[in-house]
Ligand binder design. Structure first.
Ligand SMILES: Cc1cc2nc3c(=O)[nH]c(=O)nc-3n(C[C@H](O)[C@H](O)[C@H](O)COP(=O)(O)OP(=O)(O)OC[C@H]3O[C@@H](n4cnc5c(N)ncnc54)[C@H](O)[C@@H]3O)c2cc1C
Ligand code: SF4
Length: 481
Protein backbone atom coordinates (compact mmCIF):
# COMPACT_ATOMS: atom_id res chain seq x y z
CA UNK A 1 0.00 0.00 0.00
CA UNK A 2 1.35 3.41 -0.97
CA UNK A 3 2.29 5.53 2.02
CA UNK A 4 0.64 8.95 1.98
CA UNK A 5 3.21 11.75 2.29
CA UNK A 6 2.94 13.51 5.65
CA UNK A 7 1.42 16.98 5.52
CA UNK A 8 3.66 19.56 7.14
CA UNK A 9 1.15 21.95 8.67
CA UNK A 10 3.42 24.71 9.87
CA UNK A 11 5.23 27.16 7.67
CA UNK A 12 9.00 27.39 7.66
CA UNK A 13 9.59 30.86 9.15
CA UNK A 14 11.73 33.60 7.60
CA UNK A 15 14.18 35.40 9.87
CA UNK A 16 13.72 39.11 10.67
CA UNK A 17 16.06 41.81 11.94
CA UNK A 18 15.42 42.16 15.73
CA UNK A 19 13.13 45.05 16.66
CA UNK A 20 15.72 46.97 18.75
CA UNK A 21 18.12 47.01 15.82
CA UNK A 22 15.71 47.74 12.99
CA UNK A 23 13.98 50.77 14.52
CA UNK A 24 17.29 52.60 14.34
CA UNK A 25 17.75 52.21 10.59
CA UNK A 26 15.96 51.74 7.27
CA UNK A 27 17.41 48.26 6.62
CA UNK A 28 15.02 45.64 5.28
CA UNK A 29 13.09 43.99 8.12
CA UNK A 30 12.50 40.54 6.64
CA UNK A 31 15.59 38.61 5.63
CA UNK A 32 13.89 36.01 3.44
CA UNK A 33 14.66 32.31 2.88
CA UNK A 34 17.92 30.63 1.96
CA UNK A 35 17.83 27.71 -0.49
CA UNK A 36 17.53 24.97 2.14
CA UNK A 37 14.60 26.60 3.96
CA UNK A 38 12.92 27.62 0.68
CA UNK A 39 13.09 24.01 -0.45
CA UNK A 40 11.51 22.79 2.79
CA UNK A 41 8.68 25.30 2.43
CA UNK A 42 8.17 24.45 -1.28
CA UNK A 43 7.94 20.76 -0.31
CA UNK A 44 4.86 21.49 1.82
CA UNK A 45 2.89 22.29 -1.36
CA UNK A 46 0.67 19.34 -2.33
CA UNK A 47 0.87 20.28 -6.04
CA UNK A 48 -2.77 20.85 -6.91
CA UNK A 49 -3.25 20.42 -10.69
CA UNK A 50 -2.70 23.79 -12.44
CA UNK A 51 -6.19 23.81 -14.00
CA UNK A 52 -7.65 23.65 -10.50
CA UNK A 53 -4.98 25.17 -8.20
CA UNK A 54 -6.81 27.87 -6.22
CA UNK A 55 -3.58 29.78 -5.59
CA UNK A 56 -3.24 30.48 -9.35
CA UNK A 57 -6.80 31.79 -9.45
CA UNK A 58 -6.08 33.96 -6.42
CA UNK A 59 -3.10 35.65 -8.11
CA UNK A 60 -4.23 38.62 -10.24
CA UNK A 61 -1.62 37.77 -12.93
CA UNK A 62 -2.13 33.99 -12.58
CA UNK A 63 1.45 32.90 -11.96
CA UNK A 64 1.77 29.10 -12.29
CA UNK A 65 2.54 28.73 -8.58
CA UNK A 66 2.66 24.91 -8.28
CA UNK A 67 4.76 24.99 -11.47
CA UNK A 68 7.46 27.23 -10.01
CA UNK A 69 7.45 25.35 -6.69
CA UNK A 70 7.83 22.05 -8.59
CA UNK A 71 10.76 23.48 -10.56
CA UNK A 72 12.40 24.47 -7.29
CA UNK A 73 11.93 20.96 -5.86
CA UNK A 74 13.16 19.13 -8.93
CA UNK A 75 16.81 20.05 -8.46
CA UNK A 76 17.49 19.85 -4.71
CA UNK A 77 21.20 19.36 -5.30
CA UNK A 78 21.59 22.10 -7.89
CA UNK A 79 20.22 25.40 -6.54
CA UNK A 80 21.22 27.42 -9.64
CA UNK A 81 19.33 25.11 -11.98
CA UNK A 82 16.36 24.90 -9.61
CA UNK A 83 16.09 28.69 -9.35
CA UNK A 84 16.57 29.27 -13.08
CA UNK A 85 13.72 26.90 -13.91
CA UNK A 86 11.50 28.41 -11.22
CA UNK A 87 12.20 31.97 -12.38
CA UNK A 88 11.41 31.05 -15.99
CA UNK A 89 7.94 29.93 -14.87
CA UNK A 90 7.42 33.15 -12.86
CA UNK A 91 8.68 35.49 -15.59
CA UNK A 92 6.12 34.07 -18.00
CA UNK A 93 3.51 35.98 -16.03
CA UNK A 94 5.33 38.50 -13.84
CA UNK A 95 8.50 40.46 -14.61
CA UNK A 96 8.87 42.09 -11.17
CA UNK A 97 8.85 39.14 -8.72
CA UNK A 98 11.38 40.67 -6.29
CA UNK A 99 8.87 43.50 -5.86
CA UNK A 100 5.60 41.55 -5.74
CA UNK A 101 7.11 38.88 -3.46
CA UNK A 102 7.68 41.73 -1.00
CA UNK A 103 4.67 44.01 -1.29
CA UNK A 104 1.66 41.98 -2.46
CA UNK A 105 -1.07 41.34 0.12
CA UNK A 106 -0.64 37.59 -0.41
CA UNK A 107 -2.86 36.84 2.56
CA UNK A 108 -5.79 38.20 0.48
CA UNK A 109 -4.62 36.87 -2.89
CA UNK A 110 -2.70 33.66 -3.74
CA UNK A 111 -2.28 32.47 -0.16
CA UNK A 112 -5.90 33.03 0.91
CA UNK A 113 -7.38 30.06 -1.00
CA UNK A 114 -4.28 27.78 -0.73
CA UNK A 115 -5.62 24.32 0.25
CA UNK A 116 -2.86 23.89 2.84
CA UNK A 117 -4.49 26.78 4.67
CA UNK A 118 -7.42 24.44 5.48
CA UNK A 119 -5.24 22.08 7.52
CA UNK A 120 -2.52 24.44 8.71
CA UNK A 121 -0.60 27.44 7.35
CA UNK A 122 -0.98 28.27 3.65
CA UNK A 123 2.21 27.91 1.61
CA UNK A 124 4.41 31.00 2.01
CA UNK A 125 4.09 31.81 -1.71
CA UNK A 126 5.18 35.44 -1.48
CA UNK A 127 8.41 34.70 0.35
CA UNK A 128 9.19 31.83 -2.06
CA UNK A 129 8.65 34.11 -5.07
CA UNK A 130 10.93 36.65 -3.43
CA UNK A 131 13.55 33.97 -2.73
CA UNK A 132 13.64 32.88 -6.38
CA UNK A 133 14.06 36.47 -7.62
CA UNK A 134 16.68 37.38 -4.99
CA UNK A 135 18.76 34.24 -5.47
CA UNK A 136 18.69 34.65 -9.26
CA UNK A 137 19.82 38.27 -9.02
CA UNK A 138 22.64 37.48 -6.60
CA UNK A 139 23.92 34.53 -8.63
CA UNK A 140 23.81 36.05 -12.13
CA UNK A 141 21.06 33.65 -13.25
CA UNK A 142 18.86 36.49 -14.47
CA UNK A 143 21.39 37.42 -17.14
CA UNK A 144 21.21 33.98 -18.67
CA UNK A 145 17.44 33.92 -18.60
CA UNK A 146 17.12 37.44 -20.00
CA UNK A 147 18.72 36.33 -23.23
CA UNK A 148 15.92 33.75 -23.59
CA UNK A 149 13.31 36.46 -23.02
CA UNK A 150 14.90 39.04 -25.35
CA UNK A 151 12.58 40.76 -27.79
CA UNK A 152 11.23 38.53 -30.55
CA UNK A 153 11.74 41.27 -33.04
CA UNK A 154 13.99 44.30 -33.41
CA UNK A 155 11.52 46.91 -32.26
CA UNK A 156 10.01 47.31 -35.72
CA UNK A 157 6.49 46.07 -34.89
CA UNK A 158 5.58 49.60 -33.88
CA UNK A 159 6.32 52.41 -31.42
CA UNK A 160 4.53 52.82 -28.11
CA UNK A 161 4.77 55.63 -25.55
CA UNK A 162 4.13 54.73 -21.90
CA UNK A 163 3.31 57.55 -19.50
CA UNK A 164 4.41 56.88 -15.91
CA UNK A 165 6.99 54.38 -14.67
CA UNK A 166 5.06 52.79 -11.80
CA UNK A 167 4.25 49.07 -11.82
CA UNK A 168 1.51 49.53 -14.46
CA UNK A 169 3.73 51.43 -16.91
CA UNK A 170 6.80 49.26 -16.33
CA UNK A 171 4.85 46.04 -16.85
CA UNK A 172 3.15 47.33 -19.99
CA UNK A 173 6.53 48.48 -21.34
CA UNK A 174 8.24 45.15 -20.55
CA UNK A 175 5.49 43.07 -22.16
CA UNK A 176 5.49 45.20 -25.33
CA UNK A 177 9.29 45.05 -25.57
CA UNK A 178 9.13 41.26 -25.29
CA UNK A 179 6.64 41.25 -28.18
CA UNK A 180 9.04 43.28 -30.33
CA UNK A 181 7.84 46.88 -29.94
CA UNK A 182 10.00 49.98 -29.54
CA UNK A 183 8.89 51.41 -26.19
CA UNK A 184 9.63 54.78 -24.58
CA UNK A 185 8.52 55.49 -21.01
CA UNK A 186 7.95 59.14 -19.99
CA UNK A 187 8.33 59.75 -16.25
CA UNK A 188 7.75 63.06 -14.44
CA UNK A 189 10.16 62.38 -11.55
CA UNK A 190 13.94 62.02 -11.70
CA UNK A 191 13.84 58.32 -10.82
CA UNK A 192 11.63 55.55 -12.22
CA UNK A 193 9.41 53.25 -10.15
CA UNK A 194 6.34 55.32 -9.13
CA UNK A 195 5.14 54.49 -5.62
CA UNK A 196 7.77 51.73 -5.47
CA UNK A 197 10.50 54.38 -5.42
CA UNK A 198 8.88 57.33 -3.66
CA UNK A 199 6.22 55.71 -1.46
CA UNK A 200 7.23 52.30 -0.15
CA UNK A 201 10.19 52.61 2.24
CA UNK A 202 13.57 50.83 2.08
CA UNK A 203 12.71 48.64 5.06
CA UNK A 204 10.00 46.95 2.97
CA UNK A 205 11.49 47.25 -0.53
CA UNK A 206 15.18 48.11 -0.84
CA UNK A 207 15.69 50.59 -3.67
CA UNK A 208 18.76 48.75 -4.92
CA UNK A 209 16.54 45.75 -5.69
CA UNK A 210 14.01 47.94 -7.46
CA UNK A 211 16.73 49.60 -9.55
CA UNK A 212 17.96 46.19 -10.66
CA UNK A 213 14.45 45.07 -11.63
CA UNK A 214 14.15 48.23 -13.72
CA UNK A 215 17.62 47.74 -15.26
CA UNK A 216 16.34 44.39 -16.54
CA UNK A 217 13.62 46.19 -18.49
CA UNK A 218 16.21 48.49 -19.99
CA UNK A 219 18.09 45.40 -21.15
CA UNK A 220 14.90 44.28 -22.85
CA UNK A 221 15.19 47.49 -24.87
CA UNK A 222 12.81 49.83 -22.98
CA UNK A 223 13.93 53.49 -23.03
CA UNK A 224 13.02 55.57 -19.95
CA UNK A 225 12.89 59.38 -20.28
CA UNK A 226 12.95 60.96 -16.81
CA UNK A 227 11.90 64.54 -15.86
CA UNK A 228 9.17 64.48 -18.53
CA UNK A 229 5.72 65.56 -17.36
CA UNK A 230 3.23 64.55 -20.02
CA UNK A 231 0.66 67.34 -20.32
CA UNK A 232 3.40 69.95 -19.74
CA UNK A 233 6.88 68.94 -21.06
CA UNK A 234 5.21 67.12 -23.93
CA UNK A 235 1.48 66.87 -24.71
CA UNK A 236 -0.60 63.75 -25.29
CA UNK A 237 -1.37 65.02 -28.77
CA UNK A 238 2.34 65.26 -29.58
CA UNK A 239 2.85 61.69 -28.36
CA UNK A 240 -0.03 60.49 -30.53
CA UNK A 241 1.63 62.14 -33.52
CA UNK A 242 4.87 60.24 -32.93
CA UNK A 243 3.76 56.87 -31.57
CA UNK A 244 1.34 54.17 -32.76
CA UNK A 245 -0.28 53.98 -29.32
CA UNK A 246 0.00 55.43 -25.82
CA UNK A 247 -0.45 53.77 -22.40
CA UNK A 248 -1.28 56.00 -19.42
CA UNK A 249 -0.11 54.62 -16.07
CA UNK A 250 0.06 57.84 -14.10
CA UNK A 251 -1.24 56.39 -10.82
CA UNK A 252 -3.10 58.19 -8.04
CA UNK A 253 -0.50 60.44 -6.49
CA UNK A 254 -2.58 63.42 -5.36
CA UNK A 255 -3.17 63.35 -1.60
CA UNK A 256 -6.61 63.98 -0.17
CA UNK A 257 -6.53 66.74 2.45
CA UNK A 258 -8.56 67.34 5.59
CA UNK A 259 -10.66 70.44 5.28
CA UNK A 260 -10.58 71.37 8.99
CA UNK A 261 -9.27 74.38 10.97
CA UNK A 262 -5.50 74.52 11.43
CA UNK A 263 -4.59 72.48 8.34
CA UNK A 264 -1.95 75.06 7.31
CA UNK A 265 0.02 74.88 10.58
CA UNK A 266 3.71 73.95 10.41
CA UNK A 267 4.80 70.33 10.72
CA UNK A 268 1.57 68.98 9.24
CA UNK A 269 2.64 66.81 6.31
CA UNK A 270 0.76 64.78 3.79
CA UNK A 271 2.08 61.21 3.84
CA UNK A 272 3.09 61.69 0.20
CA UNK A 273 5.37 64.61 0.98
CA UNK A 274 6.75 62.91 4.07
CA UNK A 275 7.48 59.62 2.29
CA UNK A 276 8.81 61.29 -0.87
CA UNK A 277 11.31 63.26 1.20
CA UNK A 278 12.42 60.12 2.98
CA UNK A 279 12.41 57.59 0.14
CA UNK A 280 13.11 59.56 -3.01
CA UNK A 281 15.24 62.34 -1.54
CA UNK A 282 16.81 60.24 1.25
CA UNK A 283 16.12 62.93 3.86
CA UNK A 284 16.80 60.39 6.63
CA UNK A 285 20.45 60.64 5.57
CA UNK A 286 20.51 64.48 5.90
CA UNK A 287 23.04 66.24 5.76
CA UNK A 288 24.77 63.60 3.60
CA UNK A 289 21.81 64.22 1.24
CA UNK A 290 20.50 67.80 0.80
CA UNK A 291 16.82 67.22 1.59
CA UNK A 292 15.85 67.95 5.22
CA UNK A 293 12.99 66.47 7.22
CA UNK A 294 11.80 67.76 10.58
CA UNK A 295 9.89 65.73 13.14
CA UNK A 296 9.30 66.53 16.78
CA UNK A 297 8.88 64.20 19.74
CA UNK A 298 5.26 63.15 19.31
CA UNK A 299 3.82 62.31 15.92
CA UNK A 300 0.23 61.50 15.05
CA UNK A 301 -0.47 59.71 11.78
CA UNK A 302 -4.06 59.99 10.59
CA UNK A 303 -5.33 56.96 8.59
CA UNK A 304 -4.75 53.19 8.66
CA UNK A 305 -3.84 52.05 5.15
CA UNK A 306 -0.43 50.97 3.81
CA UNK A 307 0.53 54.62 3.42
CA UNK A 308 -0.23 55.37 7.07
CA UNK A 309 1.73 52.33 8.22
CA UNK A 310 4.74 53.29 6.06
CA UNK A 311 4.66 56.89 7.28
CA UNK A 312 4.35 55.79 10.92
CA UNK A 313 7.22 53.31 10.74
CA UNK A 314 9.41 55.82 8.87
CA UNK A 315 8.70 58.55 11.44
CA UNK A 316 9.57 56.13 14.24
CA UNK A 317 12.96 55.56 12.64
CA UNK A 318 13.60 59.31 12.79
CA UNK A 319 13.33 59.06 16.60
CA UNK A 320 9.80 60.29 17.38
CA UNK A 321 7.00 58.56 19.32
CA UNK A 322 4.19 57.62 16.93
CA UNK A 323 0.45 57.15 17.35
CA UNK A 324 -1.83 56.10 14.52
CA UNK A 325 -5.29 57.63 14.91
CA UNK A 326 -8.04 55.98 12.86
CA UNK A 327 -11.69 56.92 12.65
CA UNK A 328 -12.83 53.29 12.40
CA UNK A 329 -11.94 50.10 14.30
CA UNK A 330 -9.01 47.67 14.28
CA UNK A 331 -10.71 45.18 11.92
CA UNK A 332 -11.45 47.95 9.39
CA UNK A 333 -7.77 48.82 8.80
CA UNK A 334 -6.79 48.34 5.14
CA UNK A 335 -3.01 47.97 5.56
CA UNK A 336 -1.39 44.56 5.11
CA UNK A 337 -1.53 42.39 8.22
CA UNK A 338 2.27 41.90 8.14
CA UNK A 339 2.81 45.67 8.20
CA UNK A 340 0.36 46.27 11.06
CA UNK A 341 2.12 43.53 12.99
CA UNK A 342 5.55 45.04 12.28
CA UNK A 343 4.35 48.52 13.26
CA UNK A 344 3.00 47.20 16.59
CA UNK A 345 6.20 45.27 17.28
CA UNK A 346 8.22 48.41 16.64
CA UNK A 347 6.21 50.40 19.16
CA UNK A 348 3.67 52.34 17.06
CA UNK A 349 0.58 52.99 19.21
CA UNK A 350 -2.96 52.77 17.83
CA UNK A 351 -6.04 54.81 18.74
CA UNK A 352 -9.35 53.79 17.17
CA UNK A 353 -12.67 55.54 16.53
CA UNK A 354 -11.13 59.03 16.53
CA UNK A 355 -12.01 61.51 13.78
CA UNK A 356 -9.90 64.72 13.61
CA UNK A 357 -11.90 67.95 13.79
CA UNK A 358 -9.21 70.58 14.44
CA UNK A 359 -5.44 71.08 14.51
CA UNK A 360 -4.35 73.30 17.38
CA UNK A 361 -1.23 75.46 16.98
CA UNK A 362 1.22 77.30 19.25
CA UNK A 363 2.13 81.01 19.00
CA UNK A 364 4.79 80.24 16.38
CA UNK A 365 2.28 78.63 14.06
CA UNK A 366 3.37 75.05 14.71
CA UNK A 367 0.97 72.22 15.45
CA UNK A 368 0.85 71.26 19.14
CA UNK A 369 -2.28 69.09 19.43
CA UNK A 370 -5.11 67.49 17.47
CA UNK A 371 -8.72 67.59 18.59
CA UNK A 372 -10.74 64.48 17.70
CA UNK A 373 -14.40 63.55 17.90
CA UNK A 374 -14.96 60.05 19.31
CA UNK A 375 -16.80 57.85 16.83
CA UNK A 376 -19.09 54.84 17.23
CA UNK A 377 -19.59 51.94 14.77
CA UNK A 378 -23.02 51.03 13.39
CA UNK A 379 -24.22 47.60 12.23
CA UNK A 380 -24.77 48.99 8.71
CA UNK A 381 -21.92 48.61 6.18
CA UNK A 382 -20.78 50.91 3.38
CA UNK A 383 -20.11 50.04 -0.31
CA UNK A 384 -16.72 48.60 0.57
CA UNK A 385 -18.14 46.39 3.32
CA UNK A 386 -16.77 48.52 6.15
CA UNK A 387 -18.89 49.34 9.17
CA UNK A 388 -20.40 52.82 9.01
CA UNK A 389 -19.50 55.17 11.85
CA UNK A 390 -21.20 58.13 13.54
CA UNK A 391 -19.95 60.90 15.81
CA UNK A 392 -20.72 60.64 19.52
CA UNK A 393 -20.47 64.37 20.27
CA UNK A 394 -17.63 63.62 22.71
CA UNK A 395 -14.18 65.04 22.05
CA UNK A 396 -10.60 64.25 23.03
CA UNK A 397 -7.41 66.24 22.41
CA UNK A 398 -4.06 64.50 21.88
CA UNK A 399 -0.73 66.30 22.00
CA UNK A 400 1.39 66.17 18.83
CA UNK A 401 4.22 68.31 17.46
CA UNK A 402 4.14 66.54 14.10
CA UNK A 403 1.13 65.29 12.10
CA UNK A 404 1.09 63.14 8.98
CA UNK A 405 -2.13 62.88 6.99
CA UNK A 406 -2.65 59.56 5.20
CA UNK A 407 -6.36 59.50 4.40
CA UNK A 408 -6.11 58.52 0.75
CA UNK A 409 -5.00 59.51 -2.72
CA UNK A 410 -6.64 60.33 -6.02
CA UNK A 411 -5.39 60.58 -9.63
CA UNK A 412 -3.84 63.88 -10.70
CA UNK A 413 -5.57 65.61 -13.58
CA UNK A 414 -2.60 67.05 -15.51
CA UNK A 415 -3.18 64.93 -18.62
CA UNK A 416 -6.98 64.89 -18.55
CA UNK A 417 -7.05 68.69 -18.21
CA UNK A 418 -4.62 69.08 -21.11
CA UNK A 419 -6.26 66.47 -23.36
CA UNK A 420 -9.88 67.51 -23.04
CA UNK A 421 -11.13 64.53 -25.09
CA UNK A 422 -10.01 62.16 -22.33
CA UNK A 423 -13.10 61.16 -20.34
CA UNK A 424 -12.80 60.90 -16.55
CA UNK A 425 -15.09 59.79 -13.75
CA UNK A 426 -16.01 62.32 -11.04
CA UNK A 427 -13.17 61.00 -8.82
CA UNK A 428 -10.62 61.76 -11.57
CA UNK A 429 -10.06 58.13 -12.65
CA UNK A 430 -9.89 57.62 -16.42
CA UNK A 431 -12.81 55.97 -18.19
CA UNK A 432 -11.72 52.85 -20.13
CA UNK A 433 -13.51 50.11 -22.11
CA UNK A 434 -13.09 46.32 -21.69
CA UNK A 435 -9.78 46.53 -23.62
CA UNK A 436 -8.52 49.30 -21.31
CA UNK A 437 -8.82 51.84 -24.16
CA UNK A 438 -9.76 55.36 -23.08
CA UNK A 439 -12.17 57.67 -24.91
CA UNK A 440 -9.31 58.63 -27.27
CA UNK A 441 -8.61 55.86 -29.83
CA UNK A 442 -5.08 54.47 -29.44
CA UNK A 443 -4.75 55.75 -25.86
CA UNK A 444 -4.94 52.99 -23.23
CA UNK A 445 -4.73 53.24 -19.43
CA UNK A 446 -4.37 51.08 -16.32
CA UNK A 447 -3.34 50.86 -12.69
CA UNK A 448 -4.34 53.43 -10.07
CA UNK A 449 -5.11 55.92 -12.90
CA UNK A 450 -8.26 53.90 -13.66
CA UNK A 451 -8.90 52.21 -10.28
CA UNK A 452 -7.95 54.88 -7.75
CA UNK A 453 -5.61 53.73 -4.98
CA UNK A 454 -5.29 49.92 -5.38
CA UNK A 455 -2.38 47.44 -5.39
CA UNK A 456 0.90 46.86 -7.19
CA UNK A 457 -0.16 43.54 -8.66
CA UNK A 458 -3.48 44.90 -9.99
CA UNK A 459 -1.53 47.71 -11.68
CA UNK A 460 0.81 45.12 -13.18
CA UNK A 461 -2.12 42.98 -14.33
CA UNK A 462 -3.59 46.04 -16.10
CA UNK A 463 -0.22 46.79 -17.71
CA UNK A 464 -0.09 43.27 -19.07
CA UNK A 465 -3.69 43.27 -20.35
CA UNK A 466 -3.17 46.66 -21.95
CA UNK A 467 0.01 45.45 -23.71
CA UNK A 468 -2.01 42.67 -25.36
CA UNK A 469 -4.77 45.10 -26.37
CA UNK A 470 -2.20 47.59 -27.73
CA UNK A 471 -0.57 44.83 -29.79
CA UNK A 472 -3.98 43.89 -31.28
CA UNK A 473 -4.80 47.58 -31.92
CA UNK A 474 -1.52 48.31 -33.71
CA UNK A 475 -1.74 45.14 -35.81
CA UNK A 476 -5.28 46.11 -36.88
CA UNK A 477 -4.20 49.67 -37.63
CA UNK A 478 -1.26 48.51 -39.75
CA UNK A 479 -3.36 45.90 -41.58
CA UNK A 480 -5.92 48.58 -42.53
CA UNK A 481 -3.31 51.17 -43.53
C1 LIG B 1 2.99 54.55 0.72
C2 LIG B 1 2.30 53.52 -0.10
C3 LIG B 1 2.45 52.17 0.26
C4 LIG B 1 1.86 51.18 -0.51
N1 LIG B 1 2.03 49.87 -0.16
C5 LIG B 1 1.53 48.89 -0.96
C6 LIG B 1 1.78 47.52 -0.69
O1 LIG B 1 2.41 47.16 0.30
N2 LIG B 1 1.29 46.58 -1.54
C7 LIG B 1 0.58 46.92 -2.65
O2 LIG B 1 0.20 46.04 -3.42
N3 LIG B 1 0.29 48.22 -2.93
C8 LIG B 1 0.76 49.21 -2.12
N4 LIG B 1 0.49 50.52 -2.40
C9 LIG B 1 -0.33 50.83 -3.60
C10 LIG B 1 0.52 50.68 -4.86
O3 LIG B 1 1.79 51.23 -4.66
C11 LIG B 1 -0.16 51.31 -6.08
O4 LIG B 1 -1.42 50.68 -6.24
C12 LIG B 1 0.66 51.11 -7.35
O5 LIG B 1 1.94 51.68 -7.23
C13 LIG B 1 -0.04 51.73 -8.56
O6 LIG B 1 0.79 51.61 -9.66
P1 LIG B 1 0.66 52.59 -10.92
O7 LIG B 1 1.71 52.13 -11.90
O8 LIG B 1 -0.74 52.64 -11.38
O9 LIG B 1 1.00 54.04 -10.37
P2 LIG B 1 2.20 54.69 -9.55
O10 LIG B 1 3.01 53.69 -8.82
O11 LIG B 1 1.58 55.79 -8.78
O12 LIG B 1 3.12 55.32 -10.69
C14 LIG B 1 2.70 56.39 -11.49
C15 LIG B 1 3.91 57.10 -12.05
O13 LIG B 1 3.47 58.03 -13.04
C16 LIG B 1 4.19 59.24 -12.90
N5 LIG B 1 3.36 60.31 -13.45
C17 LIG B 1 2.22 60.83 -12.95
N6 LIG B 1 1.74 61.79 -13.77
C18 LIG B 1 2.62 61.89 -14.81
C19 LIG B 1 2.68 62.70 -15.97
N7 LIG B 1 1.73 63.60 -16.24
N8 LIG B 1 3.73 62.54 -16.83
C20 LIG B 1 4.70 61.61 -16.58
N9 LIG B 1 4.68 60.83 -15.48
C21 LIG B 1 3.65 60.96 -14.62
C22 LIG B 1 4.42 59.35 -11.41
O14 LIG B 1 5.52 60.22 -11.12
C23 LIG B 1 4.69 57.90 -11.03
O15 LIG B 1 6.07 57.60 -11.15
C24 LIG B 1 1.06 51.54 -1.63
C25 LIG B 1 0.87 52.88 -1.96
C26 LIG B 1 1.48 53.87 -1.21
C27 LIG B 1 1.28 55.31 -1.58
S1 SF4 C 1 -3.11 25.92 -3.49
FE1 SF4 C 1 -1.36 25.76 -2.04
S2 SF4 C 1 -0.97 23.56 -1.99
FE2 SF4 C 1 -2.23 23.87 -3.83
S3 SF4 C 1 -0.75 24.21 -5.48
FE3 SF4 C 1 -1.21 26.23 -4.65
S4 SF4 C 1 0.41 26.60 -3.17
FE4 SF4 C 1 0.41 24.37 -3.56
Amino acid sequence: MAVKPKLIKERIPTPEVPVEERVKSFVEVNLGYDFASALKEAERCIQCPPEYAPCIKGCPVHINIPGFLKALRENPDNPDEAVKNALRVIWNDNTLPAVTGRVCPQEEQCEAPCVMGKVGDPINIGKLERFVADYARKHGIEEELLREFMANGDGTKGRVAVVGSGPAGLTCAGELAKMGYEVTVFEALHRPGGVLIYGIPEFRLPKEILDKEIAKLRELGVEIKLDHIVGKTVTLEELLGEYDAVFIGTGAGTPKLLNIPGILLDRIYTANEFLTRINLMKAYLFPEYDEPIAVGEKTIVIGAGNTAMDAARSALRLGTEVTIAYRRGREDMTARIEEIHHAEEEGVKFEFFLNPVEFIGDEEGRVKAVKFEKMRPLEERDRKGKRKIVGTGEYVTLEADTVIIAIGLEPNRIISEEATGLKTNPDGTLVVDENLMTSIPGVFAGGDAIRGEATVILAMGDGKRAAKAIDAYIRRKKANA
